[in-house]
Design a protein around this ligand. Structure first.
Ligand SMILES: Cc1ncc(COP(=O)(O)O)c(C=O)c1O
Length: 260
């Protein structure tokens, strides 16, 4: 992360200075990358930090009591990708801990992660309805959702799988799946083969539990949708109502303007 962090050399100086200023509890914290599916990178990162615990102690006298490996564990957005096995990852980090902390006499060190995407991402779906179909130079399916509900595809071309419930074995066709904002990048998918939907069909955009609603916005007067929690077969509960225009104008304070 460009905004945060220190170079390796700066690290020793920073701990020394902090200790001189009276700091007594020290943690070592990193954030490698986001959406990484190769577990070996997290093991390598753990090894790097565990080695630094001893090096920092030798060079500065500071004892690190916590190592924070950051977040970054990826999720399989595409059907051909595989989820990271957290159990396997845990075992490998544990082995690294034994070798580099326990056997080096540098412990005990608390080891934590602060994962975001892997905890919520796969468990959210953006459910939208087909409003339009259009065939010009390309074939388009227009949804009632837009990048105000999920900005990842429009912002950096991220892949989100799309399915059409009830049409899993219908013939497929290549579409650009667009949102309802008047912005050229408001597309959930470009040249994507999906089951051919009809106007009025529901379309499900997968893996929107992270960077979906939370990154939503109100540009162009778009209102954020309701959120529904599924907690088992047949158990649905609305946990957030849809926004209204009264919500949108609630913070506006202008003489004579009615908010109702
Ligand atoms: C410092 C830090 N920790 C944790 C996270 C969460 O990352 P992720 O959602 O990829 O697990 C981020 C995200 O950028 C971060 O910057």
């Amino acid at each position: 992360l460009g905004l945060l962090g220190l170079t390796r050399e700066q690290l020793f100086e920073a701990y020394k200075t902090a200790a001189e200023l009276g700091v007594e509890t020290f943690s070592l914290h990193t954030m490698v990358a986001s959406n990484e599916l190769n577990p070996e990178y997290f093991v390598e990162t753990a090894r790097l930090l565990f080695q630094l615990v001893t090096e920092i102690h030798t060079k500065t006298g500071v004892r690190i009591s916590e190592v924070n490996l950051g977040g970054g564990i990826g999720i399989p957005y595409r059907p051909d990708q595989t989820a990271v096995s957290l159990a396997e990852l845990g075992k490998k980090i544990h082995l690294a801990y034994k070798e580099l902390i326990t056997e080096a006499g540098a412990g005990p060190v608390r080891v934590v992660m602060e994962c975001g995407r892997v905890v919520t991402g796969p468990y959210g779906w953006l459910v939208s309805r087909v409003l339009h179909k259009k065939a010009i130079y390309k074939d388009y399916v227009g949804l009632d959702a837009c990048m105000a509900n999920l900005m990842r595809p429009g912002m950096y071309g991220a892949y989100h799988h799309i399915s059409v419930p009830g049409k899993e074995s219908s013939p497929q066709k290549v579409y650009d799946v667009t949102g309802s904002l008047c912005e050229n990048n408001d597309k959930f998918a470009i040249d994507r083969k999906i089951p051919d939907p009809e106007i009025g069909d529901l379309v499900v955009i997968h893996d929107t539990g992270a960077h979906g609603h939370a990154m939503g916005f109100n540009y162009n007067g778009k209102l954020r949708s309701a959120e529904v929690l599924w907690s088992g077969p047949g158990k649905w509960r609305q946990i957030r109502r849809a926004e209204t225009y009264a919500d949108l104008f609630a913070t506006l304070d202008y003489p004579g303007l009615s908010r109702s």
